[in-house]
Write a protein that binds this ligand. Sequence first.
Ligand code: AHM
Ligand code: MG
Length: 336
Amino acid sequence: MNKQISLTQYLVEKQREKNLIPAELRLLLEVVARACKRISYGVGKGDLAGILGEAGSENIQGEVQKKLDVIANETLLEANEWGGHLAAMASEEMDHPYTIPNRYPKGEFLLLFDPLDGSSNIDVNVSIGTIFSVLRLPEGVHVPEEQSFLQTGSHQLAAGYAVYGPSTLLVLTVGDGVACFTLDRETGSWWLTTDGMKIPHDTKEYAINASNARHWHEPVKRYVADLNAGRDGPLGKDYNMRWVASMVADIHRIMTRGGIFMYPADSREPGKPGKLRLLYEANPMGFLVEQAGGMATNGHERILDIQPAALHERVAVFMGSRNEVERVTGYHGGES
Ligand code: AHM
Ligand code: MG
């Protein structure tokens, strides 16, 4: 029988044998995983724990917060504030960064997260998740502020997501490929179930919220029309469509069997490039997708190269199977 590898063993190997991550980063990732486990237990209890429904508040982006958005945010803050590994945290659910209280030691890392991704699926028992990204506090900065978080995605030291679905999964990269761990809900341990996740370069599956089609810009309209034209169209093959409306679930499907995920900018709010947030949604997912051999752009440039200007900045997203992401990026290049 093959020996099972726990999350701790996996990370210790990255630290000790490969010298890829410092011990403090390993400990930080273990704490994030523990927080995700706690969120997963809450999600599993659902209505029994009184966690469904709205919280009666809005976040900075004017979105109605669900009780679980708030609970997941607090769980991540509480789990991570006292360990001594962090300088500050930033979240989709908080207007400004959270600095570590003075009573705790401070570390050199910055943790960013979307505590509960796929909020519209919470109350209907469809897969949801947590997305996170780890950066280093820029050199020479002693008191972290919003500016400290505005680093390109290529500076990420680690990124991952948890999916709260039929199984609870943790998908993680420290820049050395992508590993997937499954939570044993009886023992509370994370076990490595797939190492070296790879996204096939070609695909016949795409994901986009097609109800926005009338608002799309020309390149996306043209690309999706070509996909839908199937075997008789310019792309010469039939495509299938899947849209869970939880980025974690859609990206996990793509990490598992390929596909292209799109959330383009559209003509509704010209000042808002898309719906998804750069720092704690697109960047960590882009890092994971690239580490799995895929590609991630905003239609024009690599997502991980975009210099952020604001903590909650949005970005258009095209990511997944390399050849399709290249193709749709090419369609944008053709735009005059
Ligand atoms: P959230 O972080 O508030 O849950 O919003 C992000 C989610 C993504 O998970 C998902 O891909 C997208 O919003 C779904 O959008 P739509 O409601 O347009 O289908
Ligand atoms: Mg989200």
